[in-house]
Design a protein around this ligand. Sequence first.
Ligand SMILES: *[C@@H]1O[C@H](CO)[C@@H](O)[C@H](O)[C@H]1NC(C)=O
Ligand SMILES: *[C@@H]1O[C@H](CO)[C@@H](O)[C@H](O)[C@H]1NC(C)=O
Ligand SMILES: *[C@@H]1O[C@H](CO)[C@@H](O)[C@H](O)[C@H]1NC(C)=O
Length: 466
Amino acid sequence: MSHCIRLLSIAAKFSLLVFLLSAVFLCSSLSDRNPEFALTKTEESDLKEEKGKESVTEDDADAEDLEVFYPTNRWQTVHPGQAIPAGLHVRLNLQTGEKEAKLPDNTNEKSDMKDQKKRKRLDKVDIDSNSFTSQELKEALAKLKENEKTKSTMEVKANLEDVRKRFRPIEELKAEFEQLNMRIETDYEIMVKLINKFNSSDSTLDEKIAALYDLEYYVHQVDNAKDFLSLGGLQLMIDGLNSTEAVMKEHAAFVLGAALSSNPKVQIEAIEGGALQKLLVILATEQPLTVKKKALFALSSMLRHFPYAQQQFLKLGGLQVLRNLFKEKGMEALYVRVVTLLYDLIMEKMLLEGAQNNEDQMEEKVQQYSQVKLVPAVVEQDWCAIVSNLLALPEHDTREKVLKTVSVLMTFCKDRYRGDQRLNITLSMLRSEYEELAAEEQREGDKDGYFKELLGSINTIIQELR
Ligand SMILES: *[C@@H]1O[C@H](CO)[C@@H](O)[C@H](O)[C@H]1NC(C)=O
Ligand SMILES: *[C@@H]1O[C@H](CO)[C@@H](O)[C@H](O)[C@H]1NC(C)=O
Ligand SMILES: *[C@@H]1O[C@H](CO)[C@@H](O)[C@H](O)[C@H]1NC(C)=O
């Protein structure tokens, strides 16, 4: 699904014209997530083959006022909201995450054949792309002319002729898509609908949850998350965190976590909107595991690479809240997630300090992280033992994560660990277990296997405790 290109129609904002990607014809799969709203297309072979070959920057300068995409024989970026004439090749640039389009190569008969085959699968959408209404054409031409002032008349004429062939009348398209019970929309339009659905007092709880479920999918994308913010969706999620319905809290946290992931702008808005406190309240109070799981997910997204949030988290007693999860029954599923978060936060800071150089920006970052007094709090609350006790868990990948965390904690927890008889026994047992597994692995021909690696970590820890 991640490679799918969502097709678009143009709402009132973009006047009468609806331009359609030829991709519609090629569309061989519908979004399994949200079939009501979106048509999608995957074309992995194209993606691989063409990826990153060239990029045209000419249009990038004034992207905002381009409403019609003007196709050429070269790949060009399609800006959000731009109308795209039918009949184009469209791809998703995996490096930039941007949609790109160009005129199809007429000489490429093979791919035409391929396209035709694909069209047959969606035979109802097999549209003749040579017709258009004069009103629509006029508007399209007017827009193009505005954007083409710098080009010679001849050039423009030739281009217009080309484009003219590719536009489609809106009514015809609409009728055809209504037949298929499909609407082609931009992510933005879809999010507006979902947010309205969620926010409407006419919606049932189930409908609201369904809207959140779909929104989660959209806000993963950085640009969508920013739109989500400007549409007021973020604050609705934050408000949803103190809903009386557990399922509402769970899904609001889920959407929030997705929107926050690696998105500094959203992180800042969310912390200002009070998300951190509310997430901590959920984690600190009696809630179903499913709710706490998603709250922890959102909290992790909020804290990662955001030292200011980490600092506030510590100030608000967040570390203690996480610590208390280990005293609560039924929260075992959260243990490893908490430890992983802790590990990531400690490493984040350590790596930055290790990579210190003289760039100003870097210094500022280091300065910010220096305010995050995570390790002293970790030692004070005796996370050393909480973490090492998790070595008793049976799953290898859990142990792997815990061993990694024990290793980074070693510097601060050494004294504590040296006197820990239980840890001593656990380590010895793990060592024999992994010696056996590593030997077996080796007999099977795997010289640098997984178990050997785990054994190495254990031996290092034992060594350091001597
Ligand atoms: C949600 O609904 C309320 C009341 O109808 C309205 O005032 C508010 O602007 C809506 N929020 C969003 C983000 O649409
Ligand atoms: C959540 O709490 C805030 C204040 O902390 C309040 O304004 C809001 O109405 C509450 N929302 C719900 C759904 O209870
Ligand atoms: C564990 O305890 C034994 C003695 O009881 C000691 O010889 C050994 O070095 C200890 N191992 C570790 C890893 O601390």
